[in-house]
Design a protein around this ligand. Structure first.
Ligand code: CUA
Length: 303
């Protein structure tokens, strides 16, 4: 159990302020003493060197015990904060977080997926974190939580948003060329608004939104824009029917982008590589046949 019943933000900030406060007091005290000694024991005041005492038991005991207590109190406070971070409050909502080159996707208990993390205000959220390829790290500065996403392993962290708002979430582990693009948002919404979002089914939304959301949830939009801008990869706007120069087995040739090409580009991205782009796209072999079809359908309509 979470002993103190406080949020992760409070837990971390208290420790930070405590250690920072002690550091400031020590800095000022040591600097002041130093300046005072420089003046007090200047050569003009003490022309002849004096013999100094070899030891002073009272002084040595004091300067051993006090710092020891200070350091132990820092440890104790830090440990309290750590247990708060590692003990998820009961009744927390479980959200699966998956990192991949180069985007995040979130899966809720009812199966809803999203590329932004929408949460209800005031309810604890437990994040079950993993990675589909390399090491990533899910970091939400506002809630002071940061945890590695490791392929083949599940890690966790928790937080509760006490105020509605929008907070940044980053990847904090260098994971390749578009590492910096692995940014998303945590949207904290009032309970009723959250429920509204949570229960909404794709079928009731606009097709365009649905398609965009799908591309984002598969991680495409981390590297491919939908508005014509050049990113790590070519834009997906108007990709269907476009004439491109591709390199296949080291040979350059012209290609008109069709359904076959799009499917091959997803499953074997390096097979026919578009000229001018780095060979960095991971193969999407984990897509189901239905998902592959849905992506190609949408790309065909994206003009
Ligand atoms: Cu993912 Cu850096």
């Amino acid at each position: 159990m979470n002993p103190a019943q406080i949020t992760t933000t409070e837990a971390v900030d208290q420790v930070f302020l405590y250690i920072f406060g002690i550091s400031v007091v020590l800095l000022l005290a040591i600097t002041a003493t130093m300046v005072w000694f420089v003046v007090r024991y200047h050569r003009t005041r003490q022309p002849q060197p004096q013999t100094s005492p070899r030891s002073n038991l009272w002084l040595e005991t004091t300067w051993t015990i006090i710092p020891t207590l200070i350091v132990l109190s820092m440890f104790w406070y830090g440990w309290q904060g750590y247990t708060t971070l590692r003990n998820v409050p009961e009744g927390a909502m479980d959200v699966k977080v998956s990192g991949r080159k180069w985007s995040w996707s979130f899966t809720y208990p009812n199966g809803r997926t999203s590329d932004i993390l929408v949460v209800p205000v005031g309810r604890a959220i437990r994040l079950d974190i993993t990675s589909e390829d390399v090491l990533h790290n899910f970091f939400i500065p506002a809630f002071r939580i940061k945890r590695d996403a490791v392929p083949g392993m599940h890690t966790y962290e928790w937080f509760v948003a006490t105020n509605p708002g929008s907070y940044d979430a980053f990847c904090a582990e260098y994971c390749g060329v578009a590492h910096a693009a692995m940014i998303t948002t945590v949207e904290a919404r009032p309970e009723a608004e959250f429920e509204n979002w949570y229960q909404r089914k794709y079928g009731t939304e606009e097709d365009q939104d649905k398609g965009r959301q799908m591309l984002a949830s598969f991680g495409c939009t981390g590297c491919h824009s939908l508005d014509g801008a050049k990113m790590v990869g070519p834009t997906l706007l108007g990709i269907f029917g476009r004439q491109v120069t591709v390199t296949s087995d080291g040979v350059e040739r012209n290609q008109t982008i069709d359904r076959e090409y799009l499917k091959r580009a997803l499953l074997q991205p390096q097979a026919d590589l578009a000229q001018g782009y780095p060979p960095v796209m991971p193969p999407y072999t984990w897509l189901s046949a239905k998902e592959l079809e849905a992506i190609v359908e949408y790309l065909q309509e994206l003009r």
